[in-house]
Design a protein around this ligand. Sequence first.
Ligand SMILES: [Zn+2]
Length: 328
Amino acid sequence: MTEQIYKNPDIYKIYVPLPNNPLKNLNCYVIKTKDKNLIIDTGFNIEECYNALKEGLHELEIDMEKTEMFLTHLHSDHVGLAGAIMPKGANIYMDKTDYEYFVNFIQGESWDAIDRKFISEGFPADQIPILRQTNPARAFAPDESFEAVTVKDGDKINVGGYEFTCISTPGHTPGHMCLYLESEKLIFLGDHVLFDITPNITFWSHVENSLLNYIDSLKKIEKIDVETALPGHRKNDMDFYVRIKEILKHHELRLAECYRIICENPGINAYDTAGRMQWSMRGRNWQEFPMHQKWFAVGETIAHIDYLLAEGKIKKQPENGIYLYSAN
Ligand SMILES: [Zn+2]
């Protein structure tokens, strides 16, 4: 299913379904010009995504020999099919930091570190092997790595005479990137700003304060002149700047909630803190959450705890290999 969403340059959206996933779909964008095309993001490495993407590209009559790819970030729903659909040797642009994390994930190293971290934050250790099989980020990742042309903040990508600028927006992932077409005030957002869901902010190895990075990256793009904002998932049916303010407010309230729970329960771990936070899960309570949703919730909670630690509002203390938090 394709839809033209912009003229000059011609930009199309391919609707890539993400079955059984709360994100519902991935928006794959295709910039089509006479000389060259650019595909932005792909979908999971599963048949439903592959078929939708292939059909869309066929419908748009995209000549893959004249096509490059830009990946906003390392998540499997964005990079899953990069290697499978791009011809050998074609340029695949990706932020250097995210590419390095991605290669580590493919080799399995990063997942081990993340698993150990979650256990140290109170996550039930016996659930980890089950999650390995059911978490779509793990199960639907590409089978193998692909070569990328790594890019950094401010780098330009020329597509048929249109000059796009890479804008580094770390937070959702350590090397998340948006792509901006200044002449049209148009931006591809990846998962930096989503409009009817809040992008997941979680703990990352070697990142001290993901949430602070994310908030800084929101303030960074807030300063950019944008008329057309294109998110990586679902629809954009509201003002870009209003939405940025809403997301900033959301995290402010979340930080206050997290802080209040730790004040009221000195010596609590991150897993139990997550269990006391409010999550929009269609009225279900924490006990009823599927394990992989708990995993996301705990990751999000750790990111807020890291922020409070860096602010000096709370302190942590290990006990039997698990971190316990109290107010300062
Ligand atoms: Zn993502």
